[in-house]
Write a protein that binds this ligand. Sequence first.
Ligand SMILES: Cc1ncc(COP(=O)(O)O)c(C=O)c1O
Length: 479
Amino acid sequence: MITSSETLYENVATKIESLIEQGVLQPGDKVPSVRKVSIDHGVSLTTAFQAYFLLENKGLIESKPRSGFYVKFSKSKLPPTPSIIFPEHSSNEVKIDEMVSRVFKEARNEKNISLAVASPHHSLLPVAQLNKAVTQSMRKGKGKELGYEMPPGNEDLRRLIAKRSFDWGGHLHHDDVMITFGCMEALNLCLRAVAKPGDTIAIESPTYYGILQSIESLGMKALEIATHHETGVDLDDLSKALEANKVAACLFVTNFNNPLGCCMPEENKKKLVRLLAEKEIPLIEDDLYGDLFQGKKRPVNAKAFDKKGLVLLCSSFSKSLAPGYRVGWVVPGRFKERIERLKFMTTVATSTINQMALAHFLENGSYDRHLRKIRTAFQNQINFTTQAIIKYFPAETKISRPQGGFVLWIELPSTINSFELNEKAVKQGVSIAPGLIFSTQNKYSNFIRISCGLPWSEKIEQAIKKVGDLLKQQIGKLN
Ligand SMILES: Cc1ncc(COP(=O)(O)O)c(C=O)c1O
């Protein structure tokens, strides 16, 4: 679909991209010459070239010397998606922290190429604009920036977050929003507000290991629910699990779950909110990746259908703007008072200057422009990474099709132990996230998550090749 905000060359590129996506033009096919594109679309040769350069940057076509452009990659020709696992409906103690710490100790080593950490590289972030926002905020603050900004936090920032809620079907007031130290603090406060040690939290399978660590640190239990690579939580599986277990809350990443990249359709979100409302079960909705959609528009949040104040929405600027600022927020619904008190009790307030700088950045309208850029960068990085995995990994490898965010979930041949694979890869200077850390049940031992947060380069391609070579060696040894 072509949108009105596209320039002429983007418009031409979109038309050719859709021919590639539909499989009309297949990998290896020569695409029409630049001259033909110029005549057919009534555009200049320069515009036709720009369209092809754009497609080349996306990894969809490649030029061959003195021959023209050829299709390199088509989403219509991808390996199968990873298997959907139906976990046991048991309420499990979580013991994941030791394994996670081991993996990330190595992943944080700057000498290694980290395909494990899901964080945007700083070259993709608006460094100069944010630096300017900090300086201007300090000048404007006249010392106020050194003081505490007590909960619920900076009013300008809360107002701007409330304004952005119109994009996902919310009509928030700034008093509905409380600022936190990243999404992680928001999630922890919500868990503490709605559940106590020993209680069970229903989560997606697989889910972000940080969610498991929070549940573990709070002495709560996890109940895993089957999650589809496209549509997210399986509502039938959830209903069955709720019949058989007493659940204190659900904690779901409804938009672009990490690691699957799936997005729950609007209809399912409505059903989910209705189902939980009937049972008076709170839903903690983690929307960290909602702005990083790959489709045409931002998905609606489950919070948009919340009539009872039972949905607690959590998010942050960590994946799109500034992970190190540690600024997130919670829309706590009916748990507002308790959450504000818990916040005050634990960390008193969130860093004042960081809130001021983000308010300044958002106020100037630069955020949407930046989001468009970073979404394109992530999409391109996902395309290139997918191509490299197809090229270097064993033929049986299965790969997810993230609809947003920037991670890939990969199923390897069943004999592979991805924890051991990571330990071997680290010795060669590359880290990956093994599947075992995304679940409490030993179901994902032959899965890995690869982050596409680093700009594509020859170095990244070589890192993926190293992992592929290790895999092939391991399979060779086993056969
Ligand atoms: C689903 C999900 N929630 C929360 C977080 C943590 O976010 P923050 O850095 O804002 O605390 C992450 C980080 O990777 C994540 O993937």
